[in-house]
Design a binder for this molecule. Structure first.
Ligand code: ZN
Length: 316
């Protein structure tokens, strides 16, 4: 396929995916009412919705997630293919970071004996990509069952403010696309320009007022500085491909997802981490935002990730 036709097919894919990704899909998602037995109800900080001259009534107060138990009560009800037992087994802990609204970010470290590689696996950077958080929870279990020489750090939900809404949304509570908020060179010029010219000011892709303006992206930036992962795996949906940025050879496939490097965006994690910090970033785009792959596929993707990590980064 030549470059032009391949670009055209990518555009068609994007158009289809974006269409399928907006409000109608969210409307189809069965979102049960919040669990009643929330141990400690702390009202979330109200964040005023952007208003265009009319008065927008404040959203009803939502229980703030401060504990892994509260996280699982919310997650098990609304995420696809996440039974309470799977979430509980994940043994999440708070990591000290908080979202704009004050939800605690959760993480789980799985440390193999003689671990000499650090791999950070994140999901839910975009709040309407529910399957990404589900996949990370499944992979926590896989990591506890598969030997490797890796120190895994899993953060299943980077954008709780977006995902825990009755109608989950891509951006965080301040309407920022966290995956456009990283400090790539020349961000001040390129990110706003890309947003206005290429996305026509799409509110789902607003890069924010400045790089790292949001606590969620700032946490990830700081984590990269502090923990210095050898690899970041960032799970998204629904384009059904694998993307890669960084200095080594990319994985050709994970399960049924094949490598298709579609390009880089100002302010994206792949651009910042992979291209500028030389920290490899595997971006997984699951085929559906509201359904996880089958169990066998989740497992195959995991095994392929392990094999590639061992071959390319010397995990074993
Ligand atoms: Zn995404």
């Amino acid at each position: 396929m030549n470059l032009r036709s391949s670009l055209a097919s990518v555009c068609v894919m994007l158009a289809v995916a974006l269409g399928a990704h907006a409000a109608p899909e969210a409307a189809k998602t069965p979102v049960p009412p919040p669990a009643k037995a929330v141990p400690k109800v702390v009202p979330a900080k109200p964040v005023p919705a952007p208003s265009k001259g009319k008065v927008v009534p404040p959203a009803p107060p939502m229980a703030l997630i401060q504990t892994p138990q509260a996280f699982c009560q919310q997650a098990a009800g609304r995420l696809p293919n996440v039974p309470m037992a799977l979430c509980a087994q994940a043994q999440l802990q708070t990591n000290g970071a908080k979202s704009v609204q004050g939800h605690a970010l959760m993480q789980r470290d799985v440390i193999s004996p003689n671990a000499h590689l650090r791999v950070l696996v994140i999901g839910g950077v975009h709040g309407d990509e529910l399957s990404s958080t589900s996949l990370v929870l499944h992979w926590i279990r896989a990591a506890t069952e598969t030997p490797s020489n890796i120190h895994w750090r899993f953060v299943p939900l980077v954008n709780p403010d977006g995902m825990l809404l009755a109608s989950p949304k891509r951006t965080n509570a301040r309407g920022v696309d966290l995956n456009r908020n990283f400090p790539t060179p020349n961000w001040d010029k390129e990110a706003p320009q890309y947003w206005s010219k290429r996305t026509k000011n799409d509110p789902r892709r607003y890069p924010g007022p400045k790089p790292l303006s949001e606590p969620e992206s700032k946490w990830l930036f700081d984590e990269m500085e502090r923990w210095k992962p050898d690899l970041i795996v960032s799970v998204h949906a629904p384009y059904g491909v694998l993307d890669f940025d960084g200095p080594t050879s990319p994985p050709q496939k994970l399960g049924r997802l094949y490598l298709d490097q579609v390009g880089i965006f100002p302010g994206s994690l792949g651009n910042y981490g992979g291209v500028h910090k030389k920290m490899p970033v595997v971006t997984i785009e699951l085929p559906s935002a509201i359904r996880t792959p089958q169990e066998a596929e989740i497992r195959q993707m995991w095994l392929d990730l392990l094999r590639w990590t061992a071959e390319r980064l010397g995990a074993n």
